[in-house]
Design a protein. Sequence first.
Length: 163
Amino acid sequence: MISGRVWKYGDHINTDLIIPGRYLDNYDLQHLAAHAMEDVDPKFSGEVQKGDIILAGRNFGCGSSREQAPLALKAAGVGAVIAGSAARIFYRNAINVGLPIIICPEAGRILGTGDTAEIDLAKGTVRNGRTRETVTFVPPPAFLVHILEDGGLVQHMRKRLGT
């Protein structure tokens, strides 16, 4: 179960909005986290808390294949992203770093900024912690859930290989 406070944004949040290119001169994760989402929401990086959830509309993570985008969100403390849809390369990069991406177009109907979202990956449900209203999504395959539970692809492979 993933649970956290919701930050709601709109459609077409691209990777340059997630982590602006002007900050990519330094790949330190805390540096990236300090600038996550700042062009969309200047208060985000200063107020986001561990486990918080981004709720977005369509095409989240579009644009460049910038792998620092999901890293910046994860380093900032984001526990998951729920979106109406996500760019394929962003989705893959997020899974690789252990950031769950939930594709659930209906979530925007029941959740708003400040609500608490409760996500059950295995059951494919998103619930509003305040209203208890629930919507469903197609759960990710078990192998992706295992990768996410292990903290990303590298950690998952280390665990599997015993290294």
